[in-house]
Design a protein around this ligand. Structure first.
Ligand code: PRX
Length: 637
């Protein structure tokens, strides 16, 4: 097995990049030809960014799971598809060959069918990081059902919002999940969510923590019992549903600057080609290597680089149930040695957190197997980059800094491991097919090097989002209307004198906390749900480990017991409404918020104060009540 479309040198990259821009349709058809299709496409690409309408491999028929499983069962049935490392290091790990994974996926696909699932259904998955999560996702894809995975840290309210938005009829969950020394009561959270979700008819519950759970007659069934039933029927095969290239593969909810999270939609053909192509090229994956992506499958990184990218490439993908710091801060390194990991792909926040423990947890760890390191999710500061390079890569492993988004399906800007040069804190160069442009606030393209602007992409790529579920207009206004005929990323970006790209962070009201996207409006709405809160404003501030922390300014009507207790109550409210990941790090009580005469909150001023830049707040004379700024400054936390 090898990848005919793997880029092998800098010159080769330059040639491929040029070809992808000059003749994109030929370029992508050549790559797509290496996959299993039931019918080839009539047209490679049909698009406009006005509506927007983006169609790749139009008329093509396929099932992504045949590309992730069946074709490898034919050529390498006993190759390892998944290595699963449990939360507790004393529990045995599990491995699945391609043949075994295929069998499990077929089996669970039959369970889904026997529970009434059909093509086009939306299925919500709220599960811990166990192999059955991967099996569940692939089983949905097998039968043409659309999966909507919700991260295990989200609250009942957040799950209910997502289930209602997608009108899911089935939920897949577990009794609970392990993370570090915590046990998370997933089924209890689902039960709470489902009190407001009449569309849900079936809940299939996996046993993981063996905590007692309530099982509602007619609605809730045990995973294991259902497997036994389909086994007793003796049909181990589930034929793959033949999908159109543009049929929906999954929905994944993500935060924006306004309103509730939106359901980003990815489709079967383009997403498959894009995740595979980027996986093979960015990480320079070689057959037989072990790829360890530390993300949770609840986020897009897990979808693309634990499941679809690696498995569609016949790779060995390692999934880890736990957290990097439990039982101690050497856990990642222990896993690397235990499973001879070749490629480690993690987030800057994890690196910074592990850095804070010093080098003791690395002592005695060999890390000899590592060949490539990667980062994703947020800008990586140079200090963390060098620590990763020196202590983990031993200055011998290229680091790929991969910039992308839930909406982009896979990596858009990154160096290619060992092929194109790395530059600390730079994502560097666009992948073939990606045409980045920088624009100023008026939408004017900024040409040349040594410039900064808002990052847009001017041509479609196969893995891009197609719509936001149930609300195409929202997709248009969010991504395609800010600048005419461009996809707007929401990120600020520098193109340096050598033409390398460095992503500088969001330019909208979206925070990036520990690599997770959180909309300030969402956090404010949650804070405002607390009975005593009159109004609030949320901004980000630099945080040593998390990258960004959440700073909330809150107008509160009567402190109950004491300020700290009220802070805890507000945090608890946010946790209940969104999930613990959105809890504010700092809550400052204020008597008013700086507003313009038209009533708009001046976040720029609040951001500066939170960042500690008290001296240079700019002109505050146009504010409704300039004095409030003085009060906020003097009480800064
Ligand atoms: O601001 C960018 C940042 O994360 C955002 C996307 O978040 P999400 O959709 O949750 O996907 C995260 C995993 C792909 C981007 O708009 N971001 C992601 N990767 C990088 C990054 N910022 C700088 N450098 C990166 N490598």
């Amino acid at each position: 097995m090898s990848y005919p479309y793997q880029i092998t040198s800098l010159k080769h990259y330059q040639e491929e990049y040029k070809r992808s821009v000059d003749t994109p349709e030929e370029f992508w058809a050549d790559i797509a030809n290496h996959f299993t299709w039931h019918r080839k496409w009539d047209q490679v690409l049909d698009w406009n960014f006005y509506e927007p309408r983006i169609e790749w491999f139009k008329g093509g028929k396929l099932n992504i799971t045949e590309n992730c499983l069946d074709r490898w069962v034919e050529t390498q049935p006993n190759a390892t598809a998944i290595i699963w490392e449990p939360n507790d290091p004393s529990e045995p790990h599990r491995t699945f060959t391609y043949k075994e994974l295929h069998h499990k996926v077929c089996q669970f696909a039959n369970v889904l069918k026997s529970n009434g699932a059909t093509r086009g259904d939306r299925i919500c998955i709220y599960m811990p990081m166990v192999p059955e999560l991967t099996i569940a996702i692939l089983a949905c894809a097998r039968i043409g059902a659309i999966h909507s995975v919700v991260f295990g840290g989200f609250s009942a309210q957040s799950i209910a919002d997502r289930i209602q938005d997608a009108q899911c009829n089935i939920v897949l969950t577990a009794d609970g999940g392990f993370r570090g020394n915590k046990s998370i009561p997933l089924k209890a959270v689902i039960d709470e969510a489902l009190t407001t979700c009449p569309s849900v008819e079936k809940v299939i519950v996996l046993t993981r923590t063996s905590v007692p759970v309530s099982m509602i007659k007619g609605r809730d069934v045990w995973w294991e019992d259902e497997i036994n039933k389909v086994e007793a029927q003796g049909n181990p095969i589930c034929k793959a549903e033949i999908m159109d290239a543009e049929d929906l593969l999954f929905i994944l909810y993500t935060s924006g600057s306004t309103g509730k999270p939106k359901g980003v939609v990815h489709t079967c053909g383009g997403y498959m080609v894009w995740t595979n192509y980027t996986f093979v090229n960015v990480f320079q994956y070689q057959p037989g290597q072990v790829h360890f992506c530390t993300a949770d499958i609840g986020w897009v990184t897990g979808h693309s680089y634990i499941i679809y990218g690696p498995l569609s490439a016949g790779a060995t993908s390692l999934m880890f149930e736990g957290i990097p710091t439990w039982p101690d801060a050497g856990r990642f390194w222990e896993i690397v040695d235990k499973h001879a990991v070749d490629i480690l792909y993690t987030a800057p926040t994890a690196i910074r957190s592990l850095m804070s423990f010093g080098t003791d947890p690395i002592k005695g760890k060999k890390l000899h197997s590592l060949k490539v390191l990667g980062t994703v999710g947020e800008p990586i500061n140079e200090e963390a980059w060098h620590w990763y390079d020196e202590h983990i890569g031993k200055r011998n492993c290229p680091i790929v800094d991969t910039w992308w988004q839930t909406e982009t399906g896979g990596v858009l800007i990154s160096n290619l491991a060992g092929i194109t040069k790395a530059k600390p804190s730079f994502a560097t160069l666009p992948l073939p097919g990606i045409q980045p442009v920088l624009v100023d606030e008026n939408g004017k393209k900024i040409e040349g090097n040594g410039v900064s602007g808002n990052l847009c992409i001017q041509f479609p790529w196969p893995g891009m989002l197609r719509t936001t579920f149930g609300d195409h207009e929202r997709c248009r206004t969010t991504y395609f209307s800010t600048y005419e005929n461009l996809y707007f990323t929401g990120d600020g970006c520098l193109r340096d004198n050598e033409g390398d790209y460095r992503i500088t962070g969001r330019v909208d009201d979206v925070l990036n906390v520990s690599g997770h996207r959180i909309g300030t409006a969402e956090v404010e709405n949650a804070i405002n749900m607390h009975t005593g809160v009159v109004e609030s404003a949320v901004v980000g501030y630099p945080h040593d480990i998390k990258g960004q922390g959440i700073y909330a300014y809150v107008i509160f009507n009567g402190i109950h017991i004491d300020e700290n207790q009220t802070r805890l109550d507000i945090s608890q409210t946010v946790s209940k409404i969104i999930g613990a990941i959105a809890k504010p790090d700092k809550i400052q009580f204020v008597s008013g918020l700086p507003k313009t005469r038209s009533g708009k909150i001046m976040r720029r001023i609040l951001r500066k104060i939170a960042e500690g830049e008290l001296a240079n707040l700019g002109d505050t004379s146009t504010l409704l009540d300039p004095l409030v700024v003085e009060e906020i400054k003097s009480n800064k936390l």
